[in-house]
Design a protein around this ligand. Structure first.
Ligand SMILES: [Zn+2]
Length: 231
């Protein structure tokens, strides 16, 4: 009996954290947006302590920033952090792809087919949120198909943070992934060509990183430094 309130509290904190992370990943809440505790309590009909704990959890995952006098805001990853997240994704997603055998693809065939169908439907539409959601979902799905829950858990966090980076640094309005590149990765995995699948995944991530205007942010840093030196 004594354990029950603890575990239901943990579940509630998890629920709130997941809803907020999802809203952030789908660009419903953009980087820098204030997360007012009282509003979240009201909107999610949650307990204030649970909301606080959920925000703390997201802060530990670097998805939310908490400052003593400003409260919580959606994190705004720096250019350096953006590069580090992409480097981490290359390592984690390589390991995920290496863990996926043709047997695992066959086992999850129906879900993969359904996902690729939804992804194509989304990218053919103009629904920006659906596009971002489905393209991100592909990477998470591979994490699940790999069967390695530790890698999948790390990728969950990296994908939310990637979404923040895309919201901050994406050039123009092009979608963050190309759907035919996803299909090529699946085809190589189905054929049992792990090496080709890894190569395609790394190329895909390089492509995504290349679409971001991260160097502009670097340039702004440098100019600020120059502007302030010697004063
Ligand atoms: Zn992708």
């Amino acid at each position: 009996m004594k354990d029950k309130p603890v575990s239901s509290k943990q579940q509630e904190v998890q629920r709130i954290a997941e809803v907020l992370a999802k809203a952030i990943a789908q660009h419903r809440l953009r980087p820098g947006v204030r997360l007012v505790e009282a509003h979240i309590v009201e909107i999610m009909q949650a307990n204030r302590n649970h909301v606080q704990a959920a925000l703390q959890r997201l802060a530990m995952q670097r998805i939310v920033d908490i400052e003593p006098n400003r409260g919580a805001t959606v994190a705004q990853p720096s250019a350096r952090e953006a590069r580090e997240i992409f480097a981490a994704r290359r390592a984690v997603e390589r390991a995920i792809v290496e863990a996926i055998t043709p047997a695992r693809i066959a086992e999850h065939q129906a879900r993969i087919e359904q996902h690729m169908h939804d992804e194509r439907a989304a990218t053919a539409s103009t629904d920006r949120r659906a596009i971002v959601r489905e393209l991100c979902e592909f990477h998470l799905l591979l994490g699940e198909v790999s069967g390695n829950q530790v890698l999948a858990g790390i990728l969950d966090n990296l994908m939310v943070r990637s979404s923040l980076i895309v919201a901050l640094y994406q050039r123009g309005d092009s979608p963050p992934c190309a759907s035919h590149e996803h299909q090529a990765i699946i085809d190589a995995l189905r054929a049992g060509d792990t090496q080709a699948a890894v190569g395609q995944m790394i190329e895909h991530l390089d492509e995504l990183e290349g679409q971001l205007a991260i160097e502009k942010a670097d340039a702004a840093d440098v100019n600020l430094r120059q502007a302030l030196s010697g004063l």
